[in-house]
Design a protein around this ligand. Structure first.
Ligand code: PMP
Ligand code: GLN
Length: 385
């Protein structure tokens, strides 16, 4: 038999699937893979269900239904003051994952350099490499996840096609500061590059801080592709409904990939997403406030269990230093150990790096019901007592 594609076949099963399977096998509390344990708002599900029954259920327009594209544009204006033309600047995708693939496949020419920041989300590197991009990696490290500006500046060159920026950042919970965003914008401009901005956690920023999309910075409107996810914004990760906002030329480039990858996204979910994005401000503020409370609840529990918990400014996630409870193995060993012996599952931070010394941190997911978070922390406390 002839070989499968060498880049993709070189990757194993994603860490999220591996840890969720292990959690299911051992009946442990799954604080690994990031997904809420209750579905999002009933009215949004109702809007999608009604649309399914009313139809049409045939191919919607390739760029997405006008209702959702308009809603994405209006959402951008309401929250960030972004002025975009929904007809030429908004595209609907099957999840942010597809949006990322569309942007990378649509823009990268083999040999182009792509700046990536570790720790990084699992789909980035395979898609960059499959598109023929040459990854230029920059590392942020716990406990402070500082952006190494000199290294970042050195990673850029005239061969840089784009940087992939994720803020709020999975897995660290870091929200890039205004100053860091301005620094990145300066490099993008200086090297005549683009920025693919993964902002799936845009409505999960805590402690009263605003989310600032890179695309809103001076000069960035022509260079950024901003990606959002209804899965995260409406707590329904199975919906796989994403959206891209970008200047017409950039959107067209991404759409060239989209039309051959999925072409369209289920129309009833698009109607549900359009309904959801038009919800009152209180919904969006409530989402962040609820998640912040969960962050605090799990964080306190983990501190009581003896962990050093790193600050998290956004997302679904919290990071702990596993050595703080006297665990001397690797983070991978730790995550397996607590699954089998304590009945709680987390994800090893090293899975978000291409090797190196970050081997004693674990990521816990906070978007679960409060009793489960309390019980998870209590189990760890008993185990490490
Ligand atoms: N980017 C990041 C940083 C994520 O955490 C996720 C969530 N899995 C995605 C992209 C993918 O989002 P979606 O489920 O909408 O494809
Ligand atoms: N984004 C989620 C996480 O980081 C999981 C997504 C997935 O399983 N592909 O845990």
């Amino acid at each position: 038999m002839k070989e499968a594609n060498s880049i993709l076949s070189g990757y194993g099963t994603t860490i999220f699937t591996v840890m969720s399977a292990l959690a299911a096998e051992h009946g442990s509390i799954n604080l690994g893979q990031g997904f809420p344990d209750v579905d999002g708002p009933e009215d949004i599900r109702r809007a999608a269900a009604d649309a399914l029954m009313a139809g049409p259920n045939q191919y919607p327009p390739m760029l997405g239904i006008p209702e959702l594209r308009r809603a994405v544009a209006e959402h951008g204006k309401r929250f960030y003051g972004l002025e975009v033309d929904w007809r030429s600047q908004v595209m609907v995708t099957s999840g942010a994952t597809e949006a990322l693939a569309d942007c990378l496949l649509g823009l990268i020419e083999p040999g182009d350099e792509v700046v990536l920041i570790e720790p990084l989300y699992d789909s980035y590197l395979p898609m960059v490499r499959r598109a023929g991009g040459v990854p230029k990696m920059v590392r942020m490290e716990p406990p402070d996840w500082a952006l190494p500006r000199d290294a970042l500046a050195r990673a850029f060159s005239d061969k840089t096609k784009l940087i992939l920026l994720n803020s709020p950042h999975n897995p660290s919970g870091k929200v890039f500061t205004a100053d860091e965003l301005a620094f990145i914008a300066g490099l993008v401009e200086k090297h005549d590059a683009y920025a693919v901005c993964d902002e799936v956690y845009e409505h999960l920023v805590f402690d009263g801080r605003p989310h600032v999309p890179l695309i809103t910075l001076p000069g960035m409107g022509e260079r950024c592709l901003k990606i959002g996810s209804a899965g995260k914004t409406f707590s329904m990760t199975g919906w796989k409904l994403g959206y891209v906002t970008a200047a017409p030329e950039l959107l067209t480039a991404a759409a060239k990939a989209h039309q051959f990858i999925t072409f369209t996204t289920p129309p009833n979910l698009q109607q549900g997403g359009a309904y959801g994005l038009a919800k009152e401000d209180a919904y969006f503020h409530g989402l962040a406030a609820d998640m912040q409370a969960k962050r605090d609840l799990l964080s306190e529990g983990l501190v009581q269990a003896g962990f050093k918990v790193l600050p998290s400014a956004g997302t679904y996630f919290l990071t702990v230093d596993i050595r703080s409870v006297g665990f001397n193995g690797t983070d991978e060993e730790f995550c397996r150990h607590i699954t089998t012996d304590a009945g709680v599952t987390a994800v090893p931070m090293s899975a978000f790096y291409q090797g190196g010394e970050v081997d004693h941190f674990a990521r816990f997911c906070v978007c679960k019901n409060d009793d489960l978070l309390r019980e998870g922390a209590a189990r760890l406390q008993r185990h490490f007592a």
